[in-house]
Design a protein around this ligand. Structure first.
Ligand SMILES: [Zn+2]
Ligand SMILES: [Zn+2]
Length: 400
């Protein structure tokens, strides 16, 4: 096998991306116009896996027990670089998080890489990770060891700014229920036990706690069931809460405090209760050496980037869990004017706009170039591992 020159590899990738551009726009539009929510992304998964199949990838569908998850593989042996694709939409507002672009960039990068360099030494994977918006697809896949042994996991998210790195909050989710006793609210209130009072206690106690919560933490929730009629003492209420923190140990503190608040509310009102904790997202630790490499590619393409603000403006994502297993990046590419926030109708429009269409090629190229750096520069792979160890204090997970 002839030695592959990185600059030459990047030129070939750029040429392939240019050829693929019309198809990338079609893919992005098809997903954008057919929004499917978490774990129901059947059309998107079919489109993407068929595309990868036709391009010579070996495709495994339905991995980790998730119908719409997939792993597409080309090549064999080490090194192994993966592009991650998300393709779930939000209920009611469609692709307002722009995951149609994440899918297009990831799949486009994989295909461009393979077409540009059909006989490289190593493995390229495109990993389809469904249910990011609350389903924790990557957490389930991480538990099934799908990301083990990767030299790098690469993905990118659309946004109103280009950022090389932006932290995220660790996050857990609670569903809570209170069970009381119904009674006529006027003629026999003394016979009732109000499940609504218990729920209100929870909100009051959280609001009292809020003043004393550590910085960079959040608790927010909604009541799903608050009662049926004003003249009946509510015998059942349920709510869903998200609990978030920048630091893992703060999340532990909030988690325990939240449980205490719910138990106290039940005790105070005479209700019984149930707490169900769902899948937790860990906070993101992007590999700084890989971030730097990605940044060099952004600059080489003549693009600028912004420094993210010091505080606020962050959510949570299941890529956090992946970032704690193998060297990972999750940068952002600007697709719209600053100020257009994610999860809004305006961002949904931006994700299908002509500006985003233009960027389908740029995004795929950035990801594929970064993969080329990892694939063809052994000293960089060494640096990614050293950096991972420094940042997290343990080795990346291998598949040995
Ligand atoms: Zn989102
Ligand atoms: Zn998103």
């Amino acid at each position: 096998m002839p030695e592959i020159d990185v600059a030459d590899a990047k030129q070939r990738i750029a040429d392939e991306v240019r050829r693929l551009h019309p198809r990338l726009i079609e893919m992005s539009h098809t997903i954008h116009q057919n929004p499917e929510i978490l774990f129901e992304e059947h059309k998107a998964a079919e489109l993407l896996t068929n595309e990868l199949d036709e391009q010579g990838f070996t495709v495994e569908r339905g991995v980790a027990g998730l119908d719409t998850a997939f792993v597409a593989t080309y090549g064999s042996g080490k090194p192994v670089v993966a592009f991650l694709a998300e393709y779930d939409a939000l209920p009611k507002i469609g692709h307002a998080c722009g995951h149609n672009l994440i899918a297009t960039w990831g799949v486009g990068a994989g295909i461009a890489f393979r077409r540009a360099l059909p006989d490289f030494e190593g493995t390229i994977k495109v990993i389809g990770t469904p249910g990011e918006e609350g389903g924790g697809g990557k957490v389930i896949m991480a538990n099934a060891h799908i990301f083990d042994g990767l030299d790098a996991a690469i993905m990118m998210h659309p946004r109103d700014h280009t950022y090389l790195d932006r932290g995220s909050l660790a996050r857990t989710v609670f569903n809570i229920e209170f069970f009381g006793k119904s009674a006529h609210a006027s003629s026999a209130p003394e016979r009732g036990i109000s499940a609504l009072d218990a729920m209100l206690h929870v909100f009051f106690s959280i609001n009292a706690f809020r003043q004393h919560m550590p910085p960079n933490t959040r608790i927010h929730g909604v009541i799903n069931h608050g009662g049926e009629a004003a003249n009946v003492v509510p015998d059942y209420t349920d709510a869903r809460f998200l609990v978030r923190a920048k630091e893992q140990e703060d999340l532990e503190l909030l988690r325990q405090r939240f449980r205490n608040i719910v138990e106290a509310a039940a005790l105070a009102t005479g209700c019984s209760m149930k707490i169900h904790e769902g899948i937790s997202y860990e906070s993101r630790v992007c590999n700084s050496a890989l971030v730097e490499t990605f940044g060099e590619n952004v600059t080489a393409l003549g693009l600028g980037y912004d420094e993210p603000p010091a505080g606020g403006g962050v959510g949570s994502s299941d890529i956090g869990n992946v970032s704690r297993i193998v060297p990972t990046i999750h940068p952002y590419l600007q697709i719209c004017d600053p100020g257009v926030g994610g999860h809004t109708p305006e961002f949904e429009q931006a994700a299908g706009s002509a500006r985003a269409d233009d960027l389908t090629a740029t995004g795929a190229q950035l990801l594929a170039w970064t993969a080329a750096d990892v694939m063809f520069r052994p000293e960089l792979r060494e640096r990614l591992r050293d950096t991972f160890r420094e940042q997290l204090g343990y080795e990346p997970r291998s598949n040995a």
